[in-house]
Design a protein around this ligand. Sequence first.
Ligand code: GCW
Length: 835
Amino acid sequence: MLPRIHALLGLLAAAGLQAETGNQAWLRYAALDDGATRQVREALPATLTALSDSPVAESARGELIRGIRGMLGRTLRVESRVPREGGIVLGTLAGIRKAAPHLPLAANLEADGYWLKTLRVDGARYLVITAENDRGVLYGAFALLRKIGLGESVADLDDRQTPYAPVRWVNQWDNLDGSIERGYGGRSIFWDNGNVREDLGRVSDYGRMLASLGIGACAINNVNANPRVLASDFLPQVVRIAGAFRPWGVRVALSVDLGIPKTVGGLDTFDPLDPRVTAWWKSKADELYRAIPDLAGFVLKADSEGRVGPSAYGRTHADAANVVARALAPHGGLFFYRGFVYDHRMDWRNPKNDRARAADDNFRALDGKFDDNVVLQIKNGPIDFQAREPASPLFGTLEKTNQAVELQITQEYFGQARHLVFLVPMWKETLDFDMHARGAGTPVKALVSGKTFRRPSGGFVGVANVGLDENWLGNHLSQANLYGFGRLAWDPNLSARQIAEEWTRLTFGDDPKVVATIAGMQLASWRIFENYTGPLGLQTLTDIVGNHYGVSVEASERNGWGQWHRADERGVGMDRTIATGTGFIGQFRPPVAAVYESLKTCPDDLVVFLHHVPYTHLLHSGKTVIQYIYDSHYEGEQAVAEYARQWESLKGRVDDRRYQEVLAQLEYQGGQAQVWRDAVARWFHRASGIPDAKGRVGRYPGRVEGEAMKLEGYAVSEVKPWEAASGGKAIECAAARCVASFSYDGAPGWYALQVRYFDQNNGASRFRLWVANQLAGEWAATDRVPTRKVDGSSSARRTVSGIALRPGDEIRIEGLPDGGETAAIDYIEVRPDRN
Ligand code: GCW
């Protein structure tokens, strides 16, 4: 029995196509092909000497053995001394100089940087992986494995790397109950039910992934912080997580709440300038560092979205920041003060009000007032992780304050791990944007890393929100965003293409067709997403007061949240000009402001973010704004439909499990892109009264609305928002079983039937589709999208293809509701079969 199983496994392995879960992400260490294996085997010494036994150095040693065994099928022989005949040597510069003085290693390296160096000494060949500290040694080990995985030569190495910025952190928005705010990859790997998880295996795996990218710290709880994290009796729980991360050089940070001295500390105030509060923070920090000597620091969200802040006592953000930072300073801790401070109860009637101004308005006057271990953590754009925003002007304002850019890896406004969106091209656009902060040549990346104004700290923070799902982020392709964040934080000069190709090779293998196809899809995906959601700076036109997922064009308007686009029957856009608008543009340095202020120079991609224009305004492209909105939505939808076809071309080249899972995701996304397209185009069509020059909007050949069918049991209902359903209406079933039918009156031929139905998360309705009394399809609405309502989020599509239709055929759909779900249907569309 056993040998047969082995033989079978061997066969599968040979094909390289065993089902993969995505659990190992880009660290699969899949066997290389024969040619590459031969080459690397020749270049690689057979022994490994690790000259430190710290837990981090042990991780480096273990990882090298594991990776080389996986990729080359060889187990490195571990030596305790550096052999005279050569070998791989792993250790800090100081450690190697001491143990092997005969190896000439003249170099100065910076903390966390590494050096991969081939040396030839007395005829022996050494491959040295060295660094200033153990963490750098670990990063070097990962870098060597990455090179091997990418098929790069390791025969004659001299690769010295220094991280671009000192801060390379991730934040997790995990709640202590185990849920994750804006997390789409399952429940928390840290917490469950108010306590740390028993099994922290996934924390250690996550630490390994972070280390492979050079990320050195992780905030382990939501910035909407539960004060309990700082309670003394809770501390042992944090200690356990720190212990799971430590071997990977990842330090724990905590999100704190400014009210903690009161809620947990028992004081009657949290006024940062009250000496009792100052003393409380100090003694709390001392207590924490006794238990976790390598604690990385704190993150704070204050005076924002209902969190308390220094405004409660008329104090400034600098007052608050410095008090906490001074408690951390003796221990080397950093204090991240979030720049995301704004009033979410702003009067929308006042055309001068503008949420985009908030960060700069709040912090400009405080530049120079923050201690050196305070870092202002600033979201990439001035609003909130929208489909497209300009860079936050605050990056260009601060000269005497450390700053870090906060990028969101979790796809909150980007289809929530159900839509393919590779964010690296967008991040790069911000990071490369020249703020002209000290003349030309001061891109955001240089400012945040502290290079421009010689700041002691700063860098990159990514909101990751990985969860317990096997694939970490809710789908396979989104892992590229975590990978890309880490790679950019290490070196923001890498190109988006290089990152996409690296990731694809390591994650799916080096078949050139696989690499070209997946990297191509990833690289096109941001523009495509923007096209079918919110182009021209409209921002993501989603339900911004709800789940931030489905389409809802007006959800942003007439409320205090300030994500306004101010579209009405005359025009669209926020007037943020200095001349007539909110003055937001004036927060940029003059050369940038000048480009944005004039419609002549303002880039099309941001035109309605920065200006209010009539729908007939001509873009630089020569199109009117309204026609661009129509066209981009049709192009975006079309491109998403192509994704599935591109992916299908990889059948047999990607393991079957991931192949099927990604295909299902892309097909789903195709259906969502269609709802977005129709909703946004129809909304603007109704608002503007201007027809689509190409005649598409409002005309849907082959579509039969539910409300136009013959109904048995089904009743017509109004959908909110109206644009989320074709015709603004759906049919819903209040009985145990309902039927809707119509008679086909088109030409005979082969067709696909697309049923658009609603799949809420509070039931699992079933559907049956009959054509001429023959059962053509049957399915259950079991998806878990974030809504209980019949709306744009729950709108789903089922395609049944290969149907031979004749005029007069009855097409009948039968719905069986379940729980709170009403087996709702929007329409059925009869389309020529594409096969
Ligand atoms: O984007 C918004 C999110 C909130 C989040 C907030 C923030 C953690 O919708 O869920 O809260 O930003 O960044 O603080």
